[in-house]
Design a protein around this ligand. Structure first.
Ligand code: RB5
Length: 156
């Protein structure tokens, strides 16, 4: 699995730590910047990584800013992207199991480095449940005109 990663200046140190951590675990990471801790605009970095995931260059993305909010707002403007800003193990796990999030957004200032590494591992290891959730995710995708991936089976 190929992972796109990006951050603004507020998430730079955590992004660097994530790159090192994920690569040490044998994962393939493409770093879309920023490449130094100099003030920059999170929509630019989020859009670059999200567009790359949407184009199929990477399978998933991980974005870091101060709160995770700005990068998630920007990434979700890209058709085909389902970006989730997470706060803890529950929201991280459910973003994969129920929402099939393809971009993980975290706040470096909100969570700190150790928690970001922990949640990234959990997110990458958690599978989408499919079933009724696939139908719902398909309806999310239909909102931006991207090909729907959901099925049409009724809710249990
Ligand atoms: C940068 O100061 C900060 O606004 C940004 O990292 C992010 O938290 C925005 O949502």
């Amino acid at each position: 699995m190929k992972i796109a990663i990006a951050s603004d200046h507020a998430g730079f140190e955590v992004k660097q730590a994530l790159c090192k951590h994920l690569r040490a675990a044998g994962r393939e990471v493409v770093d879309h910047g920023c490449h130094e801790a100099v003030s920059c605009d999170y929509p630019d970095l989020a859009a670059t990584a999200a567009r790359s995931v949407a184009a199929g260059n990477e399978d998933v993305g991980i974005l870091v800013c101060g709160t995770g909010i700005g990068v998630s707002m920007a990434a979700n403007k890209v058709p085909g992207i389902r970006a989730a800003v997470v706060h803890d193990a529950l929201t991280t796990e459910m973003s994969r199991r129920h929402n099939d999030a393809n971009v993980l957004c975290m706040g470096a200032r909100a969570l700190g480095e150790a928690k970001c590494l922990e949640l990234a591992d959990l997110w990458l290891e958690t599978a989408f449940e499919g079933g009724r959730h696939a139908r719902r995710v398909g309806k999310i995708d239909a909102l931006d005109g991207a090909p729907a991936t959901g099925d049409s089976s009724p809710s249990p």
